[in-house]
Design a protein around this ligand. Structure first.
Ligand SMILES: NC(=O)C1=CN([C@@H]2O[C@H](COP(=O)(O)OP(=O)(O)OC[C@H]3O[C@@H](n4cnc5c(N)ncnc54)[C@H](OP(=O)(O)O)[C@@H]3O)[C@@H](O)[C@H]2O)C=CC1
Ligand SMILES: CC(=O)N[C@@H](CCC(=O)OP(=O)(O)O)C(=O)O
Length: 343
């Protein structure tokens, strides 16, 4: 198989390193360039010793990369800085963006949730929302894919089919989500100190987390009518993983039937038997899988859904490789079939 030449911008970050891990054995893509900011000039092995045995290009500044032979670029940069970088890329390159910059279709929504006007509104119009399970055909044909937020992927995989089928109420959807610390990236901050994360749990950005806008956008589209969710993220002392406990109004049997039918052909979504023991973050660690469990609540007419994924894989870099496979005309599962790492 002739390999497509790809670049990873932001390779010295967590999702960048995860992209490298997934792509070094990918039979259809070859890493031709890597970028960093503060760490430009270093080798990947100096930044990430666990990748030090690999033959990888040096970390360069974005502006020093020669994009002429590059077919696809993964952009793993902080949101806000990404849109100008992407706007400056040559038109021949396809782009999979992992940041939040191109996810919200309405520029006013973007300005409201991100606090400044979008700097590349024309490009935003051509972006396709990057979750392959719901945008597969559009991704095959697009130039720019906007990867889903990690919490949002965890919630959309169960909720979109249910709203499309009309088996849950549009009102009163509550998404209570727990995340590991790698979700916040590798940059240093007080919030991420061991002493401030270990031996505790905290709820943050209550009723104002920016992923709420993404949930509302995609769930309203699925329902064909406005949906507004309650979403509360929590930070737990673990490295990887997201677990969302989702409370909905609807019949658990119907909910399970719809999810089982809809996701049965999906290679990366695994719906457990109704009422089975709930999936755990350690059942998906290091894999591109999302596992979903459904249980009837003791209160009639309510159901509890538990959805788990690895934020760095299905929540970011694995999802990005899945989208890139589609954009490059490769089998969608290429390079993504590794089983989870347990325990
Ligand atoms: N972590 C996760 O679980 C998820 C992350 N995402 C999104 O993916 C993107 C990357 O996340 P993550 O890997 O965690 O972030 P990190 O903070 O770990 O890495 C950020 C990367 O961007 C580089 N960088 C920072 N500022 C600039 C700049 N001004 N110009 C050029 N390069 C810059 C850094 O270089 P250097 O280190 O050399 O300074 C580093 O390589 C973010 O937008 C994030 O929101 C999406 C889903 C999940
Ligand atoms: C622990 C932690 O801080 N998590 C991040 C998740 C960010 C993420 O991955 O989503 P984006 O791609 O939209 O940045 C947060 O809550 O903002």
């Amino acid at each position: 198989m002739k390999k497509a030449e790809v670049a990873i911008l932001g390779a010295s970050g967590y999702t960048g390193a995860e992209l490298v891990r997934l792509l070094v054995t990918h039979p259809g893509m070859r890493i031709a360039a890597l970028s960093a900011d503060r760490k430009a000039g270093m080798s990947m092995g100096e930044v990430f010793p666990h990748l030090g045995h690999l033959d990888l290009p040096p970390l360069q500044r974005v502006e020093d990369i020669d994009f002429s032979g590059i077919e696809l670029v993964f952009v793993a940069l902080p949101h806000g800085t990404t849109q100008e970088v992407i706007a400056a890329l040559p038109r021949h390159v396809k782009i999979v963006d992992l940041s939040a910059d191109f996810r919200l279709r309405d520029p006013e929504d973007y300005a409201r949730w991100y606090g400044h006007p979008h700097l590349a509104p024309e490009l935003q119009k051509e972006a396709v929302y990057g979750l392959p399970e719901f945008y597969r055909e559009q991704l095959r044909a697009c130039r720019l894919a906007a990867g889903t937020g990690c919490f949002v992927a965890t919630g959309l995989l169960p909720l979109v089919p249910l709203l499309e089928a009309g088996v849950i109420a549009r009102e009163d959807i509550v998404i209570d989500a727990k995340t590991g610390i790698t979700g916040a990236g590798r940059g240093a901050s007080e919030r991420k100190l061991f002493s401030e994360v270990t031996e505790g749990v905290d709820a943050y950005n209550i009723a104002r987390h920016r992923h709420t806008a993404e949930f509302d956008q995609e769930l309203s589209r699925a329902a064909g009518a406005p949906v507004r969710v309650t979403f509360t993220p929590h930070l737990l002392p673990m490295n990887r993983g997201i677990l969302a406990t989702i409370y909905v109004k609807g019949d658990a049997r119907e909910i399970h039937r719809v999810l089982d039918e809809r996701h049965r052909p999906e290679p990366f979504v695994h719906v457990l038997p109704l009422g089975a023991e709930a999936p755990q973050t350690r059942h998906v660690r290091g894999s591109n899988l999302c596992r979903i469990g459904v249980t009837a609540d003791r209160i009639e007419g309510r159901a509890i859904i538990v959805s788990v994924l690895d934020n760095l894989v299905k929540g970011a870099s694995g999802q990005a490789v899945q989208a890139a496979n589609l954009m490059l005309g490769l089998p969608e599962t290429t390079g993504l079939e590794a089983a989870p790492l347990f325990p």
